[in-house]
Write a protein that binds this ligand. Sequence first.
Ligand code: NI
Length: 227
Amino acid sequence: MLICIPDMLDKRDVADFRAIMDAAEWQDGRSTAGAQSAMVKNNEQLPPDGATARRLGESIVSALANNPLFVSAAVPLRIFPPLFNRYGVGHDFGLHVDNSIRGDPLTGLRIRTDLSVTLFLSEPEDYDGGELVIEDQFGAHEVKLPAGHLVLYPSSSLHLVRPVTRGARVSSFFWVQSMIHDVQARSLIFDLDQTIQNLVAHLGKGDAEIVRLTGIYHNLIRHWAEL
Ligand code: NI
């Protein structure tokens, strides 16, 4: 399941982020890659433990917590402190799968990576190439979203970032451990929640059958959730 969430950050937030990031010191992106990924990773990143990445990351995490579509799709338990990368001309990241477990040395947080997230911080017209290509059972999907939008995809998917041939592709990326481990179960929970929201919009919250459906939603979460 690949889900795009629009307007996680508004354009003014994106401009503020970019002003701070463009003035920051960047480092080789391989420091956060596993041994195998490091061989195909070719980009720059903000130092993951630096004050800039942490401060910007905290604003992303609070925006996520206030976004109903993100919460509905991810059912998040833990969110890894967001990282930030930049692909200039000639940079790319070859086909890889993300590490299954990530630990944060600063906070001691350890998560199982159920979902991978890319939050785009460059407008698509400001660079050529740089598409995120995600493989699933239905084939390869190319993703290149407006600044402030994000894509959420299962961390089990093979993916790559195509070489940038003009401009720069700046983004934030991070991982989510969901309360719902099983990808199919999480997809059902998401579909059910979206359907309930649509019914509420048509029929109003007080409808007796919607109350029953909402009960089923919560009982499924109770059945599947791991905290
Ligand atoms: Ni990756």
